[in-house]
Design a protein around this ligand. Structure first.
Ligand code: HEM
Length: 576
């Protein structure tokens, strides 16, 4: 296949892959996606390969269960349980069927207990801790009920692996009804996060080609580095204004601005001026609106949980939910439309069209304009808080673990010296900087749990899960398990550095970007932004906890796993 020349960032862009594998079916594309990702995750495809004998449907069991009430299922002896192989099985005989337990038999907190935990003991901000407590109490797999919704939680590395490896061509994360309802109401398109089925697969196969491999995003290096220049300058100006002259107060605000500016430069091919001393007025308004949107958005997410019939009585959450989305869509539309006008003008004048990600989407039009607006909106939503929280935790961990910081500083110094600006190419030679991000995400996975709706009947951990079961994959608790990560409570970026090519450091215990066909499409963008910023900050500054910070900052869940209090960091210039 001939692949047209492609360069991004400030380079010239011709339509890339105008007709990607035209004869390939969507399911084939999906399989290729999975294969690419295995390599990107540095997971040996052999290690991940599916054992077809173990993974199969369970029609026989289904039929037998229909004939017998689930509560009447024969008791399971210890001996029988021991013979159960973890994973999906095809029961051949009645005896095999009897080994599989029903959902009724699955342990878990009572509905009342859950209600108390979440509504009276602030469980929503402790979801990560509750995961650990429930893992201790109920084991690797347990069920919880939230009103009418039954959720099966999976808190075991191997079972998580089994579920994700068994996915079909179009995995579903959760019920996205309320997101879809808003889009129908406003005549908007769905995008990667909100779309399902073939619609999702079509968009995924377009976007996947553009930003999923490290080499795809390496071309944004120059643009991201301009944003890092501004970040470093801003550290200088903010600390000079602090009471001790060295601290940046609430570092997450700064990283929010950095992540937003970075996303805008990659996604919209424009600069917003978030990190400038004098932020342009219109950008200021946008940032304020967006800040509000991000913070209110998380709470209004629960709007979807409020039944439609209750809306006339309790209209607030749904109205907030819709106006949050209005703001997000408008923001993206302004920037996408601006670029569209420029591209149209250039085309009409017969000029060469140069640009990056957005230009490519607008020139090739592999997605409709509405789909482009929607994807720009959802990607911005997905890419700012996630990246800024991770950067906040990373510098906080560096400040708390000075020996680790010194080790990483020496690595950076060895590769770059005191002055050279790191690029994506350098990052390949900075394993400890990459380990820093992985270890930060292990201890503080921005999404402490992820969801899947089973697309088929499955047997997981010896339990029969009917098609359509909502699963919660407990990434936080698997990240903290000793069996998966020795001395799991310690911050050790070096644990991610491979000793040699045969060394396997990745495991399903920590998959902060998810896994498989539906994994995070922005992973490489996020990593580039984080690697370049962290390498530069470590190269330039000695990073400490600020004396203005009086107590240890813990994590809380607020939609995402975030710092429960502002983190203040002291940046002192390193000796030249
Ligand atoms: C530290 C940064 C980030 C983390 C930890 C993160 C994590 C995740 C996770 C766990 C998922 C769900 C994956 C799954 O269900 O298997 C996800 C999905 C997604 N992320 Fe990220 N993300 C980050 C940054 C970004 C960025 C920068 C972008 C945009 C450029 C982005 C765009 C998306 C999108 C669009 C999806 C939905 C993908 C789909 O359903 O096909 N993320 N992310």
């Amino acid at each position: 296949m001939h692949i047209p020349e492609q360069r991004f960032g400030s380079g010239f862009v011709k339509p890339r892959f105008p007709n990607l594998l035209p004869t390939t079916s969507l399911a084939d594309l999906a399989n290729k996606d999975c294969y690419f990702q295995m390599h990107q995750l540095h997971i040996d495809p052999e290690f991940m390969s599916l054992d077809v004998k173990e993974w199969a449907t369970i029609d026989a069991f289904k039929k037998s269960e229909v004939n017998s009430a689930s509560s009447d299922a024969p008791p399971i002896t210890v001996a029988r349980e021991e013979t159960l192989r973890p994973g999906l099985i095809r029961p051949e005989t009645l005896e095999d069927v009897s080994r599989v337990k029903t959902l009724k038999e699955m342990p878990g907190p009572s509905t009342f207990g859950n209600l108390v935990e979440f509504f009276f003991r602030d469980g929503f901000s402790r979801i990560h801790e509750i995961q650990m407590e429930h893992r201790q109490k109920y084991g690797k797999i347990f069920k919880s009920r939230f009103g009418p919704q039954l959720v099966v939680s999976i808190a075991d590395r191997d079972l998580v692996a089994q579920v994700l490896r068994a996915e079909g061509a179009t995995p579903q994360r959760a019920n996205m009804e309320s997101w879809k309802e808003y889009r129908d109401l406003r005549g908007r398109s769905t995008a990667l996060i909100s779309a399902e089925g073939e619609e999702w697969l079509k968009m995924r196969s377009v976007l996947r080609q553009l930003i999923m491999r490290p080499q795809d995003v390496a071309v944004f290096s120059e643009d991201v580095n301009l944003v890092v220049d501004d970040l470093v300058k801003r550290v200088g100006s903010l600390r000079s204004r602090s009471s001790d002259g060295e601290s940046v107060v609430n570092i997450n605000d700064l990283f929010f601005q950095y992540a937003m500016e970075g996303m805008a430069s990659i996604l919209y091919e424009t600069r917003l001026g978030c990190l400038e001393e004098e932020v342009p007025k219109d950008t200021q308004d946008y940032i304020a609106a967006l800040h509000l949107m991000f913070s209110s958005f998380k709470t209004t997410m629960y709007a979807g949980a409020i039944p439609k019939w209750l809306r006339p009585v309790l209209p607030g959450p749904w109205e907030d939910f819709c106006s949050s989305w209005d703001g997000l869509f408008n923001f993206s539309q302004v920037h996408v439309s601006k670029r569209l006008e420029e591209v149209r003008g250039q085309t009409e004048r017969g000029e060469e069209v140069k640009g990056g990600l957005l230009t490519h989407m607008l020139v090739t039009m592999e997605m409709s304009l509405e789909e482009i607006y929607a994807n720009a909106t959802e990607m911005l939503l997905a890419g700012v808080d996630t990246t800024s929280f991770t950067l906040t935790w990373a510098v906080y961990m560096l400040a708390l673990n000075k020996e680790v910081q010194q080790e990483i500083y020496e690595e950076v110094l060895g590769v770059l010296g005191p002055e050279e600006t790191p690029t994506a190419d350098h990052v390949t030679r900075l394993p400890l900087v990459r380990g820093l991000v992985k270890e930060t995400l292990r201890l503080f996975p921005v999404l402490p749990g992820n969801g899947r709706v089973t697309q088929d009947d499955l047997v997981v951990g010896g339990y029969y899960l009917p098609k359509g079961t909502q699963l919660a994959l407990c990434h936080y608790s698997t990240s903290m398990e000793e069996e998966n990560f020795p001395d799991a409570g310690d911050f050790r970026p070096a644990r991610w550095v491979r000793k040699d090519n045969t060394d396997r450091v990745d495991n399903f215990g920590s998959i902060p970007f998810g896994y498989g066909l539906r994994s995070c499409i922005g992973r490489r963008v996020a990593e580039l932004e984080m690697h370049l910023a962290l390498a530069r900050l470590i190269q330039r500054f000695n990073i400490d906890v600020s004396p203005l910070l009086s107590s240890e900052v813990k994590a809380k869940t607020h939609g995402l796993l975030c710092p429960a209090a502002p983190v203040h960091i002291r940046f002192r210039d390193r000796d030249p």
